[in-house]
Design a protein. Structure first.
Ligand code: NAD
Ligand code: UDP
Ligand code: UDP
Length: 373
């Protein structure tokens, strides 16, 4: 048989196997939105010890307060652009600001975080024989010319634009992951995450779902950036965490898209938020029963939202305004999740109309604005 064989992959000496201890897991960026939900899930397994390394640029200790002091948990203030010496079996490498307003704030720092930070985590993985998962992004597809996006699409990215520190940074991070895999036999996993939302997002984070929900609660107009027909697909954070853990534990390097294929224009999203804010606010005076309450609202039949046709109640108090957009905003985005379904047995469970009220409740508590009823 003359078929060329791949070079043998060195078998890394796993830290936990050597010391017969628990699985020790590093989560970089673990004080952030997705990272802290991931930590919660990992800590549920009593065999896991979790170390978080975070510089608190966009994350906060508050997100992890329930674990501080726990014997299986450790929190390190650390910037991943500096070398890190710890002994671990797995690395979930999330450290990187994800909101455009934060990653554009110091673009040089963003690209350093993506490139030097990922290089350092790969050097660490190489030294200790750890498996490493990178949270890449749908932004690697840029302003995509194919729709929905499959992993085989190479993307349409502006290399010199204001978003490039993030999207080109992540593309280099993916390249580094594969070069360490091919050259040094490192076990890698790459998730291409599509827009994710849920409780604990920074209230003034600047991303669209958090903006709209905070605006609705504060009785401010929802700022739809023009033209408003651009689309995104929104994944609830518990589904995202489930997908990331399945990817880490499975046998496939990826890249694998993890996201919810339900696709919405920003105008549709704003209308959904109006609906949530109406359904969760007070019944109008005199409207006792749910049925009367229902009839007091503006009853509309919604367009198909990629989910279901459903009757909707719109909060007339919340206004939608059109504001200027930022440069290079992708016009459409929707994941093809065939690979995730086939290789990870994963697909999202929470629809947007079920996830938005959960996030709204969290934002109300943090903003100290109780429901009117
Ligand atoms: P986030 O901003 O809430 O969390 C990022 C965390 O990384 C924060 O805790 C921040 O303090 C930390 N961090 C940033 N730079 C760092 C550095 N140099 N050293 C150490 N820590 C640093 O963002 P998130 O939404 O939780 O995103 C997490 C990851 O998922 C990111 O890698 C992001 O690119 C990726 N992602 C997120 C989305 C999304 O919709 N949320 C979409 C695609 C990809
Ligand atoms: N590194 C790290 N922790 C480790 C091992 C390496 O942060 O436990 C960093 C190291 O500082 C280096 C990077 O990872 O900058 C890449 O390491 P590698 O060994 O691959 O390359 P080299 O040090 O030979 O440049
Ligand atoms: N957007 C909006 N209003 C806002 C914030 C964002 O209409 O207050 C739009 C933005 O133009 C983009 C989409 O929402 O088309 C998603 O933006 P976000 O910053 O949440 O994430 P992105 O997918 O661009 O990283």
């Amino acid at each position: 048989n003359s078929a060329a064989k791949a070079p043998p992959t060195p078998s890394p000496l796993r830290f936990s196997k050597f010391f017969q201890s628990n699985m020790r897991i590093l989560v970089t960026g673990g004080a952030g939105f997705i990272g802290s939900h991931l930590v919660d899930r990992l800590m549920e397994n009593e065999k896991n010890e979790v170390i978080v390394a975070d510089n608190y640029f966009t994350g906060s200790k508050d997100n992890l307060k329930k674990w501080i002091g726990h014997p299986r948990f450790e929190l390190i203030r650390h910037d991943v652009t500096e070398p890190l010496l710890v002994e671990v079996d797995q690395i979930y490498h999330l450290a990187c600001p994800a909101s455009p307003i934060f990653y554009k704030y110091n673009p040089v720092k963003t690209i350093k975080t993506n490139v030097i930070g990922t290089l350092n985590m790969l050097g660490l993985a190489k030294r200790v024989g750890a498996r490493i998962l990178l949270t890449s992004t749908s932004e690697v597809y840029g302003d995509p010319l194919i729709h929905p996006q499959t992993e085989s699409y190479w993307g349409n990215v502006n290399p010199i634009g204001v978003r490039s520190c993030y999207d080109e940074g992540k593309r280099v991070a993916e390249t580094l992951m594969f070069d360490y895999h091919r050259q040094h036999g490192i076990e890698i996993r790459i998730a291409r995450i599509f827009n994710t939302y849920g409780p604990r997002m920074n209230i003034d984070d600047g991303r669209v779902v958090s903006n709209f929900i905070a605006q609705a609660i504060r009785n401010e107009p929802l700022t739809v950036q023009a033209p408003g027909t651009q689309t995104r697909s929104f994944c609830y954070v518990s589904d995202m965490v489930d997908g990331l853990i399945r990817l880490m534990e499975g046998e496939n390097t990826g890249p694998i898209n993890i996201g919810n294929p339900g696709e919405f224009t920003m105008i549709e999203l704003a209308e959904n938020v109006k609906e949530v804010s109406f359904n969760l606010s007070a019944s109008p005076p005199g409207c006792e029963s749910h049925l009367v309450y229902f009839l007091c609202g503006t009853l509309l039949l919604s367009p198909c939202y990629g989910e279901l046709y459903f009757p909707r109640l719109i909060n007339p108090e919340v206004k939608i305004i059109s504001v200027e957009n930022t440069p290079d905003d992708p016009r459409q985005r929707k994941p093809d999740i065939t690979k995730a379904k086939e290789l990870l047995g994963w697909e999202p469970k929470i629809k947007l109309r079920d996830g938005l009220p959960l996030m709204e409740e969290d934002f109300r508590q943090r903003l100290g604005v109780p429901r009117k009823n």
